[in-house]
Design a protein around this ligand. Structure first.
Ligand code: HXC
Length: 514
């Protein structure tokens, strides 16, 4: 055998060794928890045979292990490049079988290197988190590593899409890397995120809670809103990542993938909204009547369901949809839905994805809880996000648009490029009943039959104010349209605004109320 062949064989042996991660026993433990290995995760999420690994022979900086595992290569994280849907991505996956996927100096250096590469190459970054946090034995160098990662998450924000897939523990300050990225994916029973774990909570506060109930996938998806996508298995989660990448661009200077256009499958748009303005309906059915093939990828589905956000296509191009959901709390805006909507508007704006806003809401949610939870501060984020957006934005008022809700949901006053209203839209300062109770209170109270007078005043108010024609008469609505005309109007408005150029006043940066 020639010396070259010998060297090749040695390389092959070393590569095989790397692939075993932390060893059979640790891998078995991982499998018993229903988790895939870090390497399997990368292979499954990327296009077949597209993974190119970097830094596989990196070793940990200190002697973490005092036994024969000193020689483990890779330092508990696998990094490299590959493609998804044929488009390049940079990726890393923490390997829990090596020192619990803990983040030491070389582990962090590998992540930092792939992050730098993603930013330089202007391709999406995917991070798969499965780690016990800062590697205790490496002390301050582990903390330094986190700092370097957070800094890069921030620098890359708005330039390349950043996706976090949490497939195991993600605890302590480590959670702030996912929190700084654009989309967080979690898997039921597998993902666990918290700043301080159950043990600390028990010791410090004397409260008992399981890791699952504290920061499991359901909690992150429904309650805290930290997660954007929830799946029941890792493979389902990877399909969600692939789907999302079909709608978003590689970076902020290119467009999202164009697909061949198709008409919506759903066509009953005229019959979805009940005639009684107080009756609920599912706004997702309206969205299905507007998107190619009636497809819609909902984002943050389980969090603040009184607002709906997500991606669809119109004439083959990706569009971000924002809608009030009359089926939940009449579609009001509250603290959580304000955060949900504003973050999504900012993502679409940063990545040149036009936004279609569907309006049907009675306004911001009144109540002591909401006031004390900061509905003023959170609600302001929507005003800010829409006002600042320079991407094409189109609004369709489906039914109710009252008060602050009318302004906030991308009214023409905040910079909407086109505003359409359906014939039964009610655009006014407040709902007819509330308005009549304020302006005709004395007259109603003095009447022989107060209820009769009240109903008469409500009818008068509706005729005078609660219609789309007052707003249309002022030019605040560009056109009153039939529901069945909506898709055509959207197609046209999107076509017209393709070359939109809008400049914001020069400044260092705005001060969005965070
Ligand atoms: C070094 C670690 C480690 C860590 C786990 N391991 N976490 N090694 N540093 N942070 C090692 C374990 O010693 C063990 O090694 C192996 O990984 C597997 O861990 P197990 O405990 O056996 O696994 P499991 O029972 O599944 O429990 C997982 C766990 C637990 C819940 C994550 O390991 C744990 O509580 N780890 C510590 C978490 C933590 O406190 N991290 C520091 C947070 S501070 P052997 O050799 O036995 O296989 C922090 C600050 C960051 O992260 C600040 C950033 C700004």
């Amino acid at each position: 055998m020639s010396s070259n062949q010998n060297k090749n064989r040695e390389l092959q042996k070393l590569r095989e060794q790397v692939k075993h991660g932390g060893g059979e026993q640790a891998l078995e433990k991982q499998m018993a928890l229903g988790k895939l290995s870090a390497r399997e995760r990368i292979i499954d999420i990327l296009d077949k045979d597209s993974f190119q690994e970097y830094d596989m022979f990196v070793q940990n900086s200190n002697a973490v292990f005092e036994d024969d595992r000193k020689e483990i290569f890779g330092d508990g994280v696998i990094t490299g490049t590959g493609t998804i849907n044929g488009m390049p991505v940079c990726i890393y996956a923490q390997d829990f079988t090596v020192a619990g996927g803990s983040l030491g100096m070389m582990h962090a250096k590998k992540i930092v290197k792939i992050m730098d590469r993603a930013l330089k190459m202007r391709v999406p970054l995917i991070g798969i988190n499965d780690s016990g946090g800062a590697r205790i034995q490496e002390g301050i160098n582990s903390l330094a590593g986190y700092g370097e990662i957070f800094y890069r998450n921030t620098m890359a924000s708005g330039i390349i899409p950043q996706i976090s897939v949490v497939l195991g523990p993600c605890a302590g300050g480590a959670v702030y890397s996912p929190a700084l990225t654009d989309f967080v994916f979690v898997v039921n029973k597998i993902s666990k995120m918290f700043i301080t774990g159950p043990e600390v909570i028990r010791t410090v506060l004397g409260e008992k809670i399981s890791a699952e109930d504290l920061g499991g996938a359901k909690i992150q998806s429904e309650i805290s809103g930290n997660a954007h996508f929830f799946a029941n298995s890792e493979l389902e989660c990877f399909e969600q990542v692939k789907k999302l990448l079909e709608y978003i661009p590689q970076n902020n200077s290119v467009k999202s993938l164009h697909k061949s256009p198709s008409l919506p499958k759903r066509t009953d748009i005229e019959n979805i909204i009940p005639s009684d303005p107080r009756e609920p309906y599912d706004v997702k059915h309206i969205i299905e009547c507007l998107t190619d093939n009636s497809e819609f990828l909902e984002v943050r589905k389980m969090f603040a369901p009184n607002a709906v956000i997500g991606f669809g296509r119109i004439n083959g191009d990706s569009v971000g949809f924002v809608a009030n959901q009359p089926a939940v709390m009449a579609g009001v805006l509250d603290v959580d839905s304000s955060d949900k909507v504003s973050a999504f508007v900012r993502f679409c704006d940063a990545f040149s994805i036009p936004i279609v806003t569907l309006v049907d809401l009675p306004g911001y949610l009144p109540g002591v809880d909401q006031e004390h939870a900061g509905v003023i501060r959170h609600g302001a984020k929507i005003l800010y996000a829409y006002s600042e957006a320079t991407v094409p934005t189109i609004t369709v008022i489906l039914r109710k648009a009252y008060g602050g809700g009318y302004i906030a949901m991308n009214s023409i006053h905040l910079g909407a490029d086109s505003v359409f209203a359906w014939p039964n839209a009610e655009i006014s300062v407040m709902g007819p009943e509330s308005a009549v109770n304020v302006i005709f209170r004395k007259e109603i109270m003095a009447a022989d039959n107060p209820e009769l007078i009240k109903q008469k005043k409500i009818e008068e108010y509706k005729k005078k104010f609660a219609s789309p024609y007052v707003a249309a008469g002022m030019g605040y609505v560009d056109a009153v349209i039939e529901p069945s005309e909506t898709r055509t109007m959207l197609e046209h408005a999107l076509k017209v605004s393709k070359n939109k150029k809008a400049n914001l006043p020069e400044k260092k940066h705005g001060l969005i109320p965070m």
